[in-house]
Ligand binder design. Structure first.
Ligand SMILES: [Zn+2]
Length: 407
């Protein structure tokens, strides 16, 4: 296995953090044929640890039951949209409720490999819950730097597993390079492993996330025509593309899916780069989406590369479309996911109009996290119900109120 730059192929020693010292590009792991060929047989066991020959870690990966999330065939929305083969990969069923657990497990193992006292991470929410949980499982100290004003439910979960939280004013406002340099500095000063879940800062972590692709391949038995995912920093999107490419290299699959990225129109750095045919993603001067997790001013160039290499596409949806689809998925499919997870499904009719998907396409939408992660909408509904008339202990009265609701 070697670590090399995705742009200039410059090789660095294993464990190097940050950007390529030669050109500033993003570093990535490359495996030899023997490691890649382990994909030919489905490895025994559960979760992501069974793929450890394709991960850059020596220590055991702490297991909390991450991975092996269900791939669910749509029960109603697919039919309503005229899509015969619509599937949802429900990453909300990971232990802390988001795909980031696949990364959190890797972070803890990497911290042990590096003999660090603990882990330091900066996060808008889901990553902090995941890293905190896996640090607790591995007996590691955990420090989370967090933007003030994130959903309280996410902060609560992080604190429950014993992480120390330091709220940093404007932590994501200084651009990716400044953030990376600051985090590396703090990590060195405090002997904590830098577990920031973004490949331009820590290129190893997405090796855990790529297992989503391995799982879909074995669950679906055909290669999807399109994998559609919400995109913030771009790791989850890019990691899956790597996973599909590795399966292809091993000969497990003979075609590759198109990777389709979805962003909010209110925070669209990757969308802007794609529409304007830019050679790299530029940091936006704004990020105004109400959808936590994808409210980003910057996306990594690795995601743009994954779009281009896969002959993929980038589509924007409004926050209102995302919130409406979040509710629809809960009510019509029985799956309560966080708003960002609804973005791929909200994009489907745009993609159909643009002829990016067809009625008979096999489509895998990645639902990144569970509904309790960002429950403001549900809390609003609960507050409305708290204002409604209460029934007396009387069958006729209760039935009358039910009748009013049904009419
Ligand atoms: Zn380079």
């Amino acid at each position: 296995m070697k670590i090399a730059c995705m742009d200039c192929n410059h090789e660095v020693i294993m464990g190097t953090l940050g950007a390529c010292p030669a050109c500033g590009g993003i570093l990535q792991a490359h495996y030899d044929d023997a490691a890649i060929n382990t994909l030919i047989e489905i490895q025994p066991g559960r979760g992501i640890d069974r793929y450890r020959s394709l991960m850059p870690v020596q220590s055991a990966i702490p297991n909390l039951g991450e991975g092996d999330t269900p791939l669910l065939k749509s029960k109603r929305i697919g039919t309503a949209l005229g899509l015969d083969h619509l599937y949802f990969k429900n990453e909300g069923l990971n232990p802390s409720g988001a795909f980031k657990d696949r990364a959190g497990a890797m972070v803890a193992a990497l911290a042990i490999d590096n003999q660090a006292r603990g882990v330091i991470c900066a996060s808008s929410g889901n990553a902090s819950s995941a890293v905190a949980a896996y640090c607790a499982a591995a007996g590691l100290d955990c420090i989370i730097l967090m933007e003030p004003g994130n959903p309280v439910t996410k902060l609560r979960q992080t604190l429950a597993t014993g992480a120390r939280v330091i709220r940093v004013e404007g932590i994501f406002a200084h651009g990716p390079e400044a953030l990376r340099d600051m985090l590396i500095d703090v990590a060195q000063r405090t002997n904590h492993y830098l577990g920031f879940i973004w490949a331009p800062v820590n290129p190893y972590i997405l090796e855990g996330i790529k297992t989503i692709a391995y799982e879909i391949a074995s669950q679906l038995n055909v290669v999807p025509d399109a994998v559609i995912a919400p995109v913030g920093g771009g790791d989850m999107f890019t990691a899956q593309w790597r996973g599909w490419c590795e399966l292809h290299r091993a000969g497990v699959i003979d075609t590759l899916p198109r990777m389709i990225a979805v962003q909010s129109e209110s925070a669209p750095p990757l969308l802007a780069a794609f529409r304007n045919e830019q050679s790299s993603v530029e940091t936006l001067s704004y990020a105004n989406s109400k959808v936590s997790g994808i409210n980003v001013a910057f996306t990594g160039n690795h995601a743009l590369a994954a779009v281009r290499e896969s002959n993929g596409y980038v589509v924007g949806v409004s926050d209102d479309e995302i919130f409406a689809m979040q509710r629809r998925i809960a009510v019509e499919e029985g799956i309560w996911i966080e708003p960002a997870s609804a973005a791929p499904v909200a994009a489907l009719h745009h993609l159909k109009e643009a002829r990016q998907i067809e009625s008979d396409s096999y489509i895998a939408c990645i639902m990144s996290g569970a509904g309790f992660k960002d429950a403001k909408l549900a809390a609003d509904v609960a507050n409305t119900i708290a204002q409604q008339e209460t029934a007396s202990f009387d069958a006729a009265h209760i039935s009358e109120l039910i009748g009013q609701q049904l009419s």
